[in-house]
Design a protein around this ligand. Sequence first.
Ligand SMILES: NC(=O)c1ccc[n+]([C@@H]2O[C@H](COP(=O)([O-])OP(=O)(O)OC[C@H]3O[C@@H](n4cnc5c(N)ncnc54)[C@H](OP(=O)(O)O)[C@@H]3O)[C@@H](O)[C@H]2O)c1
Length: 272
Amino acid sequence: MYLPDQAISYGPKEFFMQKFAVITGASKGLGKAFAQELARRKINLILISLPEENLKQFGLQLKSTHPIEVICFETDVTHTDKIVAITKEINENYQVFFLINNVGVGGSKKITEVELSYITTIIKTNIKATAVFTHQLLANLMNQDQSYILNISSLAALTPLPYKTVYPASKAFIRFFSKSLNLELKDTNTSVSLANLGPMPTNDDAKGRIDQHGFIGRLTLISPMDAARECVTKTFKRKKVININRLSWLTLKIVPDWIKIPILTRAMKNDL
Ligand SMILES: NC(=O)c1ccc[n+]([C@@H]2O[C@H](COP(=O)([O-])OP(=O)(O)OC[C@H]3O[C@@H](n4cnc5c(N)ncnc54)[C@H](OP(=O)(O)O)[C@@H]3O)[C@@H](O)[C@H]2O)c1
C-alpha cells in the first residue's frame, strides 16, 4: 500500500475512533489559528501541510496544552495521489465530523512574467485540493450525526483583480463549489459554509501588501485568530455564508465597478 508522506500520530489507539476535525494548510497563518481555536474547544485534530514546516512541533505543542489527540500529515496537496492516500488512511482510522478546506496560495505578479508552474500551483492548491479533499472525505462526514464543511474563500472572489488573475478566479471557484454543494447536501446532516475573508497579516507577502495599502489596508484588517474564531462559531451554527470583513464586503458590493476597478487596479499594481 502507498503510505502518505510521514503520517505522524501521537497518543493511544483508543483515541482513533473519536471524532476529528481535518484542517488543510495548518502549519501557519489562518490554518494554524483554526487549529488553536479547535484545540481550545477540545476538538481532536488532523493537520495537513507541507513537509519540514514545523507541523510536528506544532502538533506536539497543541497536544501538550490541550486534552486532545493530534494527527499530522506532512505532504504536498498539489499531488492528487497524495490526497487520495491520506484521505484513505483517514477514512480507515478516524471519524471526521469537520473539514476545513483552508489551504490556499496566491500573489501579485504580471501574468506575462510568471512561470507556468506559478499558475498551475495556484489552481492545484486552491481549486483541486479543495474539491478532492471534499470528495474523498464526504462519505465519512455524512456518516456522522452532524458534520460541517468550511471552505475558505476571499473577498477577492467578488471582483476582478488584475495582476492576481488566477487567485480571484480560484476563490470564485470555491464560492460556487460551496454554494452548489450546500444546495446538494441541503437535506443531509452535513452543512457547508463559505467564508469570505479580507486581508489578514498571516505570511510575509500578506503583511507587506497590508503595509503597502496604508491606512485603508489597516482599517479593514482582522487577526487570523479573530477570523478563525468567528468562522468556527458561525460554521457550527450552520451559516451558509460567513463574511468576516463586513466593511470591505459591503464596499465591494455597493461601489459600482467604474469607481472600484480603477482604484483596485492601482492598488494591485503597487503590490508588484
Ligand atoms: N492572508 C490573507 O490576507 C487572506 C485573505 C483572504 C483569504 N485568505 C485565504 O486564507 C487561507 C489561508 O491563507 P494564509 O494567509 O493563512 O496562508 P499562509 O500563511 O501562506 O499558510 C498557508 C498554509 O498552507 C500550507 N500549504 C501551502 N501550500 C501547500 C501545499 N502544496 N501542500 C500542503 N500545504 C500547503 C502551508 O504549509 P507550509 O507551512 O508547510 O508551507 C501553510 O500551512 C487561504 O485559502 C487564503 O487564500 C487569506
